[in-house]
Design a protein around this ligand. Structure first.
Ligand SMILES: [Cu+2]
Length: 122
């Protein structure tokens, strides 16, 4: 009976560690400005002063954009077609998307419609 309980505890710890590790990997790319992630470049966009900075980004296919909210206010990053859908980003939260198709992606903050930006993928 005790062995069974111990096995459950070990499994639970392993599950937590697995989740923690995968989240750490995600965060590692959030804050590494311009650092490579796999083969693709990572471009950072700050959300600051109710603006996206830079508001316009030009990248190549396979590259990733990371938005980090540096405002006290909550913001989102979203396109009307749903390609980008960050959900609510509180202060310090980041959202990333790897663009695999060429095109111009115009996005807004769903909470402040005057905040907009674009990602052009070549
Ligand atoms: Cu906003």
């Amino acid at each position: 009976m005790r062995k069974l309980k111990l096995a459950f505890i070990i499994l639970a710890v392993l599950a937590v560690l697995t989740i923690a590790c995968s989240q750490t990997a995600g965060q590692a790319t959030d804050k590494t400005t311009g650092r490579t992630q796999g083969s693709g470049k990572v471009v950072a966009v700050a959300i600051k002063g109710y603006k996206f900075a830079p508001a316009e980004v030009n990248i190549k296919k396979g590259e990733t954009v990371v938005w980090t909210n540096e405002d006290a206010a909550t913001h989102t990053v979203e396109t009307s077609d749903g390609t980008l859908k960050s959900g609510e980003l509180v202060t310090g939260a980041a959202f990333q998307h790897t663009f695999t198709k060429a095109g111009k992606y115009e996005y807004v903050c769903g909470l402040h419609s005057n905040m907009h930006g674009s990602v052009t993928v070549q």
